[in-house]
Design a protein around this ligand. Sequence first.
Ligand SMILES: Nc1nc2c(c(=O)[nH]1)N[C@H]1C(S)=C(S)[C@@H](COP(=O)(O)OP(=O)(O)OC[C@H]3O[C@@H](n4cnc5c(N)ncnc54)[C@H](O)[C@@H]3O)O[C@H]1N2
Ligand code: MOO
Ligand SMILES: [Mg+2]
Length: 405
Amino acid sequence: MLSVADAYSIVLNHPLVIPAENSPLSQAAGRVLREPLIADRDLPPFDRVSMDGIAIQYRAFETGQRHFRVAGAQFAGQPPQTLADETACLEVMTGALLPLETDTVIRYEDLELTDGVAQIRIETVRPGQNIHHQATDRKQHDELVAAGTRLGPPEMAVAASVGKVTVLVSKRPRIALISTGDELVDVVDTPKPYQIRRSNTYLLQAVLQSAGAETTLLHLPDEVDTMETALRTLLIDYDALVLSGGVSAGKADFVPAVMEKLGVRQLFHQVAQRPGKPLWFGASDEGKVVFGLPGNPVSTFLCAYRYLLPWLNISLGLPDSQPSVARLVRPISFAPKLTYFLPVRLTVSQDGIWLAEPLPGSGSADYANLVQCDGFMELPPERAEFSEGEAFPVLTYPRTGGRSR
Ligand SMILES: Nc1nc2c(c(=O)[nH]1)N[C@H]1C(S)=C(S)[C@@H](COP(=O)(O)OP(=O)(O)OC[C@H]3O[C@@H](n4cnc5c(N)ncnc54)[C@H](O)[C@@H]3O)O[C@H]1N2
Ligand code: MOO
Ligand SMILES: [Mg+2]
């Protein structure tokens, strides 16, 4: 059976080809840049006063002068003033341009200001102090953010500061999230005793939407002709299909057969892993990609995080990311020759080491357990015993609101 690493590399070798589009900056947070952000001016663009106080000529202080007549004030947003009299000073505010003929700023806290005269009350003054000099941070024409970066808070600030009214970003791919199964009813419905409400597509939407996909939630019954007709149209209308359920060995698991009928080439079926062993992956000659995720919710989630999300990120133009590493706080046994993705809760030790507490739950249908966890620890297939203190990769999922203990 295919290893996790081999399945992963097949998935990453079939990215979507996603065009770029211009987005207004105000709507671009979270999108992936397709152009570099270049400094249109030096950063900072002028010698910027960094403390409220007075600006002087250091020479005057050096010769022993401690009393300076206040000749005026330079506020932020004003064009430059000039200190005409070297023995005087100008009051200056944080963010103001440093007045011409001054080179040093003394904070108000280090002064006594009386009757229009500032007396310096400190012994040590460094020439050029409290000034954020032009081009200290970056120079004009420097690349500030590389193409292929997701626009997070710092990148948004950089984009605004260099005057990007619109930014070139990857278009949001259109992905259909399709649950399958006759036992599944809508969230608004009251399930009969032998039915359940469908939850996987909502889980998938939460994974993909924040990553930058445009998602639509759909449902199909376990009926070959209905599935075939609907999926034929969906393959035309969407860039990718993500199905949940119907990929295992049951008499109503029709996804692989229907995909074959529709001409979607199977690239693999089954991976040596738990959960998620029946994972199915395929692509059409037109470049459409299909994920057949196993229906058990923990399997759906694991496969979404381990394969689908990295595939979306690569398609959008992001680099592949590295997993975190944590130490087991308890030994764990797992005998099958499969990569075991163990649900874990993470904490940080006093000396800054990530610690993983195994919370295996009752199996791959126990989605309520995931609420208590922060990620999956990836335990290799060739071993059955894993000791306390051993470190393994952990695939963390974001806990935007935090988790109650
Ligand atoms: N004889 C075998 N049986 C099974 C095998 C196997 O290898 N041989 N694999 C097991 C594994 S592992 C998994 S995982 C499941 C995968 O099953 P399917 O992908 O075929 O999914 P379904 O049969 O449609 O459903 C499985 C399970 O998940 C529930 N489900 C499905 N969709 C949703 C949804 N949208 N929301 C909530 N829950 C959902 C469904 O009700 C079933 O309970 O197969 C094992 N069997
Ligand atoms: O993926 Mo299955 O969930 O291993 O149970
Ligand atoms: Mg099944």
